[in-house]
Design a protein around this ligand. Structure first.
Ligand code: 4NP
Length: 158
């Protein structure tokens, strides 16, 4: 089993979206048995809460459901459990690296490293902005999910 964890600040907007978009891509290629997908936040503000209403609506309009999501915070066990620990932005990355045991540091990367064609490093935080921010999150997650799935297939012979 290859395990992938998406991480943002609150675990109610970006990382639940990335989780659901990537899970859809995995299912379309029939790889659900081989790739486990989850998400978490660096902060604890929204533990146990559903995904943001605006993120849920934007995702549903593209046929992606975040309805089952409940927020959780990154735990130290995540660093040993997950093979790919993918930060939505540079602040999340620095926060993860500050908590990550030294032997697992190479598991922690920026999600958009898998979408070089996007021409940016961060999935911008949509929380304090308008609806277009949530569309941008979905677009970036779709692009990086394609690159990530191709990389996992190549690296793990799937
Ligand atoms: P996320 O967005 O990190 O993409 O889930 C945010 C959610 C909540 C807050 C900030 C960003 N907040 O400050 O509560």
């Amino acid at each position: 089993m290859v395990r992938v964890l998406f991480v943002c600040l609150g675990n109610i907007c970006r990382s639940p979206t990335a989780e659901a978009v990537f899970r859809g891509a995995v299912a379309r290629e029939g790889l659900q048995h081989a790739i486990e997908v989850a998400s978490a936040g660096t902060a604890d503000y929204h533990v146990g809460k559903p995904a943001d209403k605006r993120a849920r609506a934007a995702a549903l309009a593209r046929g992606v459901s975040l309805e089952a999501h409940r927020g959780r915070q990154v735990a130290v066990e995540d660093f040993s459990r997950f093979d790919y620990i993918l930060a939505m932005d540079d602040e999340n990355l620095r926060n993860l690296l500050a908590r990550c045991p030294a032997r697992y540091r190479d598991r922690v990367r920026l999600f958009l490293a898998f979408a070089p064609e996007a021409g940016r490093a961060d999935v911008p935080d949509p929380y304090y902005g308008g609806p277009e921010g949530f569309e941008q999150v979905l677009d970036l997650c779709a692009a990086a999910s394609r690159g990530l799935l191709a990389a996992i297939r190549r690296d793990h012979g799937l």
